[in-house]
Design a protein around this ligand. Sequence first.
Ligand SMILES: [Fe+2]
Length: 186
Amino acid sequence: MKVTAVDPFALALDLRSGALQPYTSRTQRHLSDMRGAFRDGAALEDLVRGGDPLVYEVLQYDLPEETGQLICCTTVLYPGTVGAEYYMTKGHYHLVRETAEIYLGLSGQGYLLLMTEDGRSWAEPLGPGTVAYVPPAWAHRSVNVGEEPLVFFAVYPGQAGHDYGTIERTGFAQRVLRGPQGPVLA
Ligand SMILES: [Fe+2]
């Protein structure tokens, strides 16, 4: 196996804000990037017309996307709702299904939703100190049910890749909605 030589390095992670220094890429997703993800499409379009809020951003230290490397990133998912549905990430499978991921919750309160292509679904609470394991073949999406940003750190194999298209076609098995007594899994 041939792996690109990379020198050792260390990054600084702020354990509350999730700020990663240095990072080499920053991906921002606004509501207009998430058409089709939320149940209430009309509410989404109203919010897009009203200023198209930032839903989440991912700070990453990029490495060669190949077997042998581990890539880490921080996600900051802002609080908010579209209709009754809490802000969430797009969610993805890994292109290479045989790859896992570790999440470490840093601040805020939410859920990690997971599902498989053969119909299993799962929800794990995600908050400060949560270490969640995303096994191979499980799609994953996070949802912020709190009033503060939901921040988590993640590590995944370099070759994993991201498959957003399957989720765009199939949606996710579960949604998290604001109910009178708090979040409801639907
Ligand atoms: Fe992932």
